[in-house]
Design a protein around this ligand. Structure first.
Ligand SMILES: [Zn+2]
Length: 99
């Protein structure tokens, strides 16, 4: 899929003149990635999966409050999203939270 809203902007040649006050006026670049704060809930795997589970961590991540949640597991197989596997980018968010 193409994302027309993220077309690369040509860099102005006189970039060196961009002062710190110009930086302060713009939002941090990270906000572009997650315009809305993700909603992250750390769950108890013994409650959600079962008393004898080998799951060490279970984290529910929603990138927006009304999005479908990603369930991120940490067990002997490592970290992975239930729906998208270990490469799902919510895995990193979950790891950061339980660290
Ligand atoms: Zn996922």
């Amino acid at each position: 899929m193409t994302r027309p809203d993220r077309a690369p902007a040509p860099r102005p040649a006189k970039r060196a003149r961009a002062s710190s006050e110009a930086k302060a006026a713009t939002a941090p670049a990270q906000l572009d990635l997650f315009p809305v704060r993700p909603v992250i809930d750390v769950l108890d795997p013994r409650v959600s999966v079962g008393a004898h589970t080998g799951v060490e961590h279970l984290v529910r991540v929603r990138l927006r409050s009304n999005d479908a949640p990603h369930l991120v597991f940490h067990d002997r197989h490592g970290w992975y999203c239930e729906s998208h596997g270990p490469t799902c980018h919510t895995v990193q968010l979950a790891r950061d939270v339980v660290k």
